[in-house]
Each structure stands twice: as C-alpha cells, then as structure tokens.
Design a protein around this ligand. Structure first.
Ligand code: ZN
Length: 158
C-alpha cells in the first residue's frame, strides 16, 4: 500500500511545506487566518495536525481503530511514537500508510471547506480511510507476513 498522492501530502506536512493560512498570511497571499474546519483558531500545521478539534476527532477514531494509545498527538515525532506501538514490519508500514491517508483526508476536507463551503464529518473521513486501506491491503496480507502481523491486519478489517 503505497499511494504517491498521500505520501506527497504527508511529506509536505512533515517537512512543513504545506501552505496553511498562517504561511499564506506571511507571504501576503491570504488575510484570513481562521481554521476552516473548526472555525475557532488560526490555521497552522500544528493546529491542523492535530490540535484542531476536528482533526483530533479523526485521529482519535483512527487510533482507536488501530488500538494504539498515545497521548502526544503533535505532528512532530508522531510517526516515531505511533510506529513504536506497531507489532511488526507489516503493521508498521500499514499504520504509516493509514496515517498518511488521514493527513490526506484532513487536508482534502480543509480544501473542501474552502471551495465548497461544506465540511466533511469526521465519521465519514474515518469510514473512507477504513475502506481505502481495506481495498489496498486485501489479498496481500496472507502468505508473506508473520502470523502476528496477519492476525493483527485480519482483526483490523473484520
Ligand atoms: Zn481547527
């Protein structure tokens, strides 16, 4: 499961290259600073990933689904903290791909709010993430993985 567009968004978020409103304001491009998803705080990378009530709810849903408990949900070092909880290589790469999907969907919801003036519900985002990761892992989880990995992945999509 490796999707270039998701990896790309993940990359520009991780390396702080994504054009959030705080950056656009500094460049003199956008005067509005409000987060489009919660409308209560200024939009920045740290806010969107994952201090915002909206994205926090999405992340919480994903972590509960993956059965991963972490307290610090700040984007800096998030991979390390999350993948440390993974059981094996395969679950680790699947978790990474799922978080990349989450970042992608939050950014998409943010752009949807900007252009269509409608915010996707966190529950819908969670549903899309589950469906997309299921369709991309189906058929590939059996044989080559350790049984621990395979069981974990099977349980995820039950
Ligand atoms: Zn927000």
């Amino acid at each position: 499961m490796n999707i270039p567009k998701h990896s790309f968004i993940r990359w520009i978020v991780m390396y702080r290259r994504i054009l959030t409103r705080d950056r656009l304001a500094k460049m003199g491009i956008c005067q509005e600073k409000e987060c489009l998803l919660c409308r209560s705080e200024p939009e920045s990378i740290n806010h969107l990933f994952f201090a915002c009530e909206f994205s926090k709810e999405c992340l919480k849903g994903v972590l509960e689904w993956l059965k991963i408990g972490i307290k610090n949900t700040n984007i800096d070092g998030l991979w390390r903290r999350i993948t440390r909880k993974a059981k094996g290589m395969i679950s680790r790469s699947l978790i990474k791909a799922i978080i990349a999907l989450l970042i992608y969907h939050i950014w998409r919801a943010r752009n949807g709010a900007l252009w269509n003036k409608a915010v996707t519900r966190p529950a819908k985002i969670l549903k899309m993430i589950k469906e997309e990761s299921r369709s991309r892992t189906s058929g590939s989880t059996q044989k080559k993985h350790t049984s621990k990995d395979a069981t974990w992945i099977d349980n995820l999509f039950k």
